[in-house]
Ligand binder design. Sequence first.
Ligand SMILES: [Zn+2]
Length: 542
Amino acid sequence: MTGHGMVRWSATLSDVQARAAIEARRFGVPPTMIEAATRRRLAGDWRGACAAADVDVQLNPDAVRRRHGALVAERLLADLRGLAPDLLRWHLPRCGHGTGRLLGGLLVPLADYADAETAVTLAAATPRFALAAGQRIILFVLEGDGRPRGAADPVSRAVLDGVHHRSADRYSLRRHRMFWDAACASQLDRLCPGTGLRGSTNAENAGSADTVDSANGAKNAGRADVLMAQEITRLQDTGQTAATWAAAGIELVGGQPRFARWLTTVPVNLPQLVERVRDALPGVERAVIRPGGGAIVLRGLDLPDGDRGVTAEPVSTQVGRDLPVVPEAAWVRPIDADLLRFGLLQPLELHPLVAAALAPDAAAVWTALESAEWWYRTVPGIERQCAYSSGSAAILVRCGSDLHRVAQLNGRWQVVDHAEEPARELLLARLGGPTNACLHAAQYLNTGLHVIDLVEPLLEHGRISEALHLLDAHADASATRDAFVLPEGGTVGEALSSLRENTLRLRMILSGAPPARDTRGTRIHALHRRRSRKGEPARLHR
Ligand SMILES: [Zn+2]
């Protein structure tokens, strides 16, 4: 896990990708955001939930009612009330490196409302001017074909000008409501057969009447299917590409050697691929998967169910441009399932709706977790927060086979459960002797590294309140908060100033004012450059 190269958990998941996904979840959708958004959603305040999840709502159900009728407006409102904006943020496509920021310029359709005359679509967008203002997402209603010139108002035009129109098919979540609708979130487990997480549950249910078969056509996997899915996943993890696709009943054709290595790294969710592609693109004979770096053309999709005549041909990105694009949600392996499977994240580190779907037995723990505990997650060896004397922060550390307390006393983190003199232990450690885990944790906390390691990525993800809370809680930093130097250069004050300017620009655009020229791009980009952190493990210290 250490060293200078990449560590591959699976042929389809590198160390860099795993780390980016973990940081995106920790810093991009922290528990404070999830708690606030969930509370408001459950109270029926969908606008408040969006605000809590940093989602800018640019739609008016009354205007939709006037333009498209009561039926369309009521269906839209029902979806808005069910929308978990924090869950949408959790699942939106992200960079596979760095701290896993949201991909810019995306247009993500969520749901369609048929109108006799005009197509009406609820969509999320990530234009760069919104991401620069702290990774904000825009929620709006698309009318017509979604081209900027067809937009009904200047704000929609500005948003559509800032996105890639072609991304709409690739990232569509129209038929994958489990990625944004709280009521459908539990269906995520249907996308993960054979991951070893719910395999036994699926198998046990196989004989009983499954009355909740989804409209997408996902079928409850029987024991044989689960075992087959597990075997396919095992083959895929170990990079046996030809055997993997053959086990999934799909014949690989073409076979240009230059694509063989690339194909091994593509996280195709093979166990139910054909079934899902047919659900997403009913009636088509051919379709293309576009993972980036290449493309995979699927043929024979219109053959009768159960016919094993589907072929897959890896090709260059230039090929198959006229073919229907398979939405990513229909073909990619859900990364949360892989992070859980490899022990890189624990269930309580997942969004609670995701945890409830993938690890239902563990999900109840999350609500009992104190949010403040989150701030100490990077401490080596930490088990959890604990009580000490009144007013003193303290954590429990795994120390050999025991759990010991490390507490903050008189402004310093100290080892409290060791009979030995701390000074003697420290001297021994300096002379090359063994360091106990308690001392290691206390030293880490006293350097303030747990603050430095959290503040910068929090600011990158626009989590200003969490970053300031952390700095305020850290006695040494609070006095000179703005002057706090970030590891990648620049200060907290400069980063905050940049975020404020970009937020002002976003507000101007969303109020219908013509967008000002972007003169601050370089500053926000400077904040986004991260050190490579070679050799640092992706696994969280726990
Ligand atoms: Zn100890």
